[in-house]
Design a protein around this ligand. Sequence first.
Ligand SMILES: [Zn+2]
Length: 489
Amino acid sequence: MSDSKKRNWKKVRRSAVFVIAAGILAASANVTRTAAASDVSGTMLAGFARESITPDVNDPKHPIWIAGFGQKRQAKSVHDELLASAVAISNGDKKGVIVALDAIGFMHNDILDIRNSVQKELALDFVIIASTHSHEAPDLIGIWGPSLTKTGVDAQYLDLVKQRTALAIRKAVERLEPVRLHRMEIANVGADVLVDTRMPQVFDSNVRVLRFSKPDGNQTLGTLVTWANHPEVLWNANTALTSDFVHYLRTGIESGLVYGDAAVKNGIGGEVVYINGAVGGLMTTLDDTPVLDRVINETLVTPSFEKARAVGYRVAEAVIDGIAANKETEISDSTLRWTAKSILLPVDNIKFRLAGRLKIIRRKFESGYKTRSEVGLLRLGDTWIGTIPGELYPEIANGGVEAPEGNDFKLTAPVEVPPLRSAMKGGMNMLFGLANDQIGYIVPRSQWDVKEPFTYGESSAPYGEENSLGPNTAPIVHKTMMEILNGAD
Ligand SMILES: [Zn+2]
């Protein structure tokens, strides 16, 4: 990326004005909640369900504001259904659900509302709700509204999302049936379509898949897929609601790579639940990143649905081919164990505090300017899944945190070490980003840089800090996750 391009890009991002997520929230007692450990060597059960969370874009009384990029971007049409995609999982003893929402983010207080509405009723040991981080879906945080002082969240739409998500959870639980479980990790997928906009260059580009198949035969009931990229291929001028590349990633795996009326590669069936990974730093396909569509043999640059398709299909193809090439490992372990810790994060970001005060975002402050969030670990068979409440810088996950000259705290060594994945002992180690909250960027403290001189010889401050709660976020998230990981056997 050229310097001028980088500057333009920063300007586009910054016009979002207030910060992603912000925060300050209600609720949930200040306690550590640890689900009792229990393993049953029995059959694994799973059930999939999805509900549309697409709003009506033609109701003049309820304009829908698209989140991501600048404010005042009103939705005019719908390209593809936005979904709450749920998978329920049980080992006969413990039971829970994982849900992906096609949303830029969903805050912890709203997630607690959904948990309160279903957890007791369905006797669930865990409810994990993550956002795909689509930048082409309605604002559910508040900072992308019609003006600086008006929230972008339509209360009626927020209610609909909560109800439909609860419905998807209920249906997924109803559909629990015996399954076989398979895992597969494919290294470095889509390297040519991914950009890291900030030093150091660290990606979270491995695709990790959990596939649930019928016990007899190999028919796919559904898959849980993680990869890390900002779903913003359509960029900032699009007014059609869409889950962006996620739509094509899901439909590609399910129904195949389709061009016109023909599938050039068959899908595997079932329902895909796509969860984003460590997207901070940030992982994206820029509006000038060339993307080669291998099928039509065309390089796409200008933001378009064709370009989003090429990105989504890149991942879908890797998954389909990997399964066909027998790269999966069957999981016989039926562990199902959830451990979570509630965390209290200082809100050092003045814009976040203001957004909370102005009710642009609906979180409450606690103990002064602090906000409640959560990190967790799900043990699913021999796979470990860490839940991160925002946009984690990949170096905290995979290693490579630096302490460059010019960092604001004059640190000479990284704080968030060792990398989280090095402490995960699963046969496969997934990290869910934007899970159970969206607190914005989780920036390594030794890379924090708002003051001159700037790191890496840059002439201006890098992007990220203004959409973060503050420099204390990453150390707390990392330390708490390490405690959970080290406490797990
Ligand atoms: Zn983001």
